[in-house]
Design a protein around this ligand. Sequence first.
Ligand SMILES: NC(=O)c1ccc[n+]([C@@H]2O[C@H](COP(=O)([O-])OP(=O)(O)OC[C@H]3O[C@@H](n4cnc5c(N)ncnc54)[C@H](O)[C@@H]3O)[C@@H](O)[C@H]2O)c1
Length: 362
Amino acid sequence: MRIGLLKETKVGEHRVAITHTGVAELLRDEHEIFVEKDAGQSVGIKNSDYEDAGAILVSNAEEVFKRSELLIKVKEPSIMECELLREKQTIFCYLHLAAFPEQTKSLCRSKATAIAYETVSVGNELPMLIPMSKIAGRVAMQTATYYLQTPLGGRGILLGGEDGLNQGKVVVIGGGTAGESAAKVALGIGAEVVIFDKSEKRLEELRKIFKGQVSCVLPEEGTFHEEIYDAEVVIGAVLIPGASAPKLINREMLPSMKKRSLLVDIAIDQGGCFETSKPTDHDNPVYVEEEVLHYCVANIPSAVPRTSTRCLELATLPYLKLLARDGAEKIAQSTDHPLHSGINIHQGSITCKPVAEAQNLN
Ligand SMILES: NC(=O)c1ccc[n+]([C@@H]2O[C@H](COP(=O)([O-])OP(=O)(O)OC[C@H]3O[C@@H](n4cnc5c(N)ncnc54)[C@H](O)[C@@H]3O)[C@@H](O)[C@H]2O)c1
C-alpha cells in the first residue's frame, strides 16, 4: 500500500504519527511510504532519518495526499486536509468527531474512509487511547500545580501543603485511564484526592489501586457539589466512547467554587465535561470564567512530544500494519476485524453511532 505520513498542523502539536523506526518496519511489509518534509522535526527526527529508513520525502501535504492511498497523522485533520481527501483513500488518526461537526461533514463529502484511533476497541479497552490518556493525566496534574501559583493567576496554593498541614484538594471526575494517572500524581505531591466515577466496578478497582489513600465515590452520593466547592483543582476525565462528553459542572456552580481554583478539562477533545469549557491550545492554555481558571488543551500529550510519539507509535503501529495489509474495504466488511470499530466515516456516511447521535444525524 502507498502510505503517506503528514506533518501535524494543529497549533502546538509536536508529535509525529510514525518514527523512522516505524517506517522501516512498514517497509519490511513491502509498502511504499511518503513522508512530508519536516514531519518529525519537533521530536528530533530528521528528514534524512526517514530517507535512510527507506521513505520517499515529499515537499508538501498536497503531494502526500496525491501520492498516497492511506494517510496517517496524529490529530484530527483540518478542514483543508479533509478537502484534500478523495474517494477510495483512508485516513487513520485521532478524530474525536463528536466535537467536530465541520470535519464530520467534510469527511463525509470526501467519501474517503476515516478510522479513529480512539474508537478502536478490543474487549473493553481502547488500546490506542490508553497511552495518551495516561500521559494526559500526568501532564494535566503537573500543569495544574503550575497554574495554582499566584503570579500565574492561580489561587496561590502548594497542593502538598507543608509538614502535612494545609493540603490542597484535587477532585477527579472520571476515574478511567487519564483520571487514575492524574490522581496518582496528585497523591504523589501530597494533595488530598477524591475520585468520582459512575461505575461502581471501576471504583472498586480504584480503591484497590490506591489502598484507601484516595476517596473513590459515585457522583450521585450527594457529596459531589460539596467536594467541587472545596477543591483547588478539578480534573474532568470522563468518557463515553465516541460520544460528546456529558456536562458535569455548569456555569451556576462556578460562583460557589473557590476563587482562582482551576478546572482542567481533559475531556475537551470530546467537547468537554464542564459547561464553561472551550478548547485552548499550548500557546494560550488558560482563561478565566467566573473567577475560576480553565485549562482546556485538546492535545495535552503534545507538551511532551518525544515521550508521547514513542508511546503512541508503540500502540498504533500493530494496527497500522493490519490496516495497510487488509485495506479499509475488507475491514468495513468484517465485523470481527480489530479495526472495524474504528471506522467513523465510510463511503460518505457516518458509521459510528455515538458520533451521529452527538450531531443529530443518521
Ligand atoms: N485533552 C487531551 O489531550 C486528551 C488526551 C488523552 C485523552 N483525552 C480524553 O480524556 C478523556 C478520558 O479518557 P480515558 O482514556 O481516561 O477514558 P476511560 O474510558 O479510561 O475513563 C473514563 C471514565 O469516565 C467514567 N465516566 C463516564 N461518564 C461519567 C460520568 N457521567 N460521571 C462520572 N464518571 C463517568 C467512566 O466510568 C470511566 O471510568 C477522553 O475524553 C479522552 O479522549 C484527552
